[in-house]
Design a protein around this ligand. Structure first.
Ligand code: FES
Length: 160
């Protein structure tokens, strides 16, 4: 079995689905469903992890993901706010940033606002610990983020 891609608890949920099915190849679609509902979408890391765990050819896993419209390879929102919740960022208050963002947007991490404007995601260390806490706004890294600064960004996106 490949190791979990990170210590993000959501991998345990995904792994749990596979375990329940004895890591059978037949669990592919259900596992991808679990992953999508945990992360909001399916990225390369997720698809590769699931394919490897279930010993399904990668091409088959991608085939399933692209065939079913339910699956999304990108976060659903027009904008993506990814709060780093790795250790360094956590120590510097990433949990508060995330809580503020969740309150502001009315969604939980991994979800997209009902109007489709913003997906709120988390990541485990994006490799810029010296600038903690770090947020990626549409993939652009911003370091030493203050809650007020984050809320201002989210407000701007909500209106755009
Ligand atoms: S923990 Fe956030 S960048 Fe490393």
């Amino acid at each position: 079995m490949p190791p979990l891609p990170s210590d993000d608890k959501r991998w345990k949920i995904v792994n749990g689905t596979m375990r329940r099915h004895g890591y059978s190849r037949a669990a592919l679609i259900e596992t991808l469903h679990t992953a999508q509902s945990s992360f909001g979408y399916l990225d390369d890391v997720t698809i590769k992890f699931v394919a490897k765990s279930l010993r399904v050819p990668l091409s088959q896993a991608y085939g399933v993901v692209t065939f079913y419209h339910h699956f999304s390879l990108k976060p659903a929102g027009k904008h993506t706010c990814t709060v780093c919740t790795g250790t360094a960022c956590y120590i510097k208050g990433a949990d508060k940033l995330l809580a503020e963002a969740e309150k502001k947007l009315g969604v939980k991490a991994g979800q997209t606002t009902p109007d489709g404007q913003i997906s709120l995601m988390t990541a485990r260390c994006v490799g810029a610990c010296g600038r903690a806490p770090v947020v990626l706004g549409d993939g652009e890294l911003v370091g030493m983020v203050e809650p007020a600064q984050l809320l201002e960004k989210l407000e701007g996106w909500a209106a755009s």
